[in-house]
Design a protein around this ligand. Structure first.
Ligand SMILES: [Zn+2]
Length: 373
């Protein structure tokens, strides 16, 4: 996420705070210090309103972090990589690398977050009861009670069956498990997400009209965010699902322009790069594909040597990242495309060049497919 600062690493997961989180941190501190505490505990020292308010906001941050960490650790346990957890204005998000391939995994990962929030709520209310029984100060009991409530709200809110909230993921996993159809499950869960988003936005309007402007605007914002996210997540799932099914051979360009190894760089530039406008070309030597030459490889050679340097001298020999088999899926080609940095990938079978797939081919396919949907 843009504008995020890494504050640490837990079990290989980078923990980041986004600048937008400072807005919610300030809002919560100000709300507690200027309205909630003074109204409920008028005899406290005013500086304590601010200190306890800020501490509460930090503890809320820790609670959200533990919720996300719980999702992440269960994901890792199920063989799914988690790069980072980012805390931002609407809470936290764990960047889980791939969607789970089985409903049972998705169910476990999704339920882990609310389970942690519920546990924290019970933990803090137990501490609060203990503090009350031992006659501890109000300055300790009030924050503990507050944390118990906040974590309970976190658990319940996230369990609403509206994708991409955890409850929506749980609902999707259940439908997916019983109907065996990820597409249908995602559609139902994200429609619920869309409805819930509108519901929050309309509630926000009523709340604002009844006098609580800040609270109302907040509901409208969260509703809008969930509504948008439900549609985006749906499209992303569909694209991933389609790409898992489409094979490279249905997708590749078959009329590939190949450069002979004995051409000079000057010929390569004049007859290939300027004519066909591709960023790289496969190179053939003795009827066999030897490697790839890209525009970046030429840049490193001084212009006055282009007449005497041969393509074979600068071409990069084929590596695993540059080629793919025609029966692979589009998803695997995307991984290789991002690694090789050539913008293209050769489709090879038994050392024969069958076709080529470029970044632009993939992007165009996504565009056309989403327009036809
Ligand atoms: Zn969650």
């Amino acid at each position: 996420m843009r504008g995020s600062v890494k504050i640490g690493t837990i079990r290989g997961i980078a923990i980041e705070v986004n600048v937008s989180w400072l807005i919610i941190f300030t809002l919560i501190t100000v709300m507690l210090a200027t309205s909630f505490f003074p109204l409920n505990y008028p005899d406290w020292d005013p500086t304590l309103y601010w200190i306890i308010g800020a501490l509460m906001a930090i503890m809320l941050f820790v609670s959200v972090l533990l919720h996300e960490l719980s999702h992440s650790l269960v994901a890792i346990k199920n063989g799914i990589e988690v790069k980072r957890i980012t805390l931002f204005i609407f809470g936290g998000v764990a960047q889980i690398e791939t969607e789970p391939d089985e409903p049972i995994k998705e169910f476990k990962i999704a339920i882990a977050g609310p389970a942690m929030s519920l546990f924290l709520s019970l933990f803090f209310s137990a501490l609060a009861s203990l503090a009350t029984a031992s006659g501890a100060s109000e300055y300790l009991i009030v924050p503990l009670t507050y944390l118990a409530t906040v974590n309970l709200v976190l658990a319940i809110f996230n369990l609403v069956p509206a994708f991409p909230l955890d409850g929506g993921r749980i609902l999707r996993a259940i439908i997916w498990h019983y109907k065996g159809n990820l597409r249908l499950a995602t559609k139902i869960a994200s429609n619920m997400g869309g409805f819930f988003g509108y519901f929050l936005m309309f509630s926000g309007i009523f709340i604002a009209l009844s006098g609580d402007i800040v609270g109302g605007v907040w509901f409208i914002f969260i509703g809008w965010f969930i509504n948008q996210a439900s549609q985006a997540s749906y499209q992303q799932t569909m694209v991933t699902d389609i790409f898992k099914k489409i094979k490279i051979k249905e997708f590749m360009t078959t009329d590939v322009i190949v450069v002979e190894y004995h051409k000079t760089l000057q010929e390569l530039v004049d007859e290939y790069f300027y004519v066909y406008k591709f960023a790289s070309f496969p190179v053939r030597r003795m009827d066999e594909i030897f490697g790839v030459v890209s525009v970046n490889d030429i840049k490193s050679i001084p212009r006055d040597r282009w007449q005497e340097t041969l393509v074979t001298e600068i071409a990069r020999p084929l590596t695993d990242d540059m080629e793919i088999s025609p029966d692979c899926t589009v998803t695997s080609s995307l991984n290789k495309l991002s690694k090789n940095g050539l913008g293209r990938i050769l489709v090879m079978e038994d050392d024969k060049l069958l076709g080529i797939v470029s970044n632009t081919d993939v992007l165009n396919y996504i565009r056309i497919h989403s327009e036809l949907q």
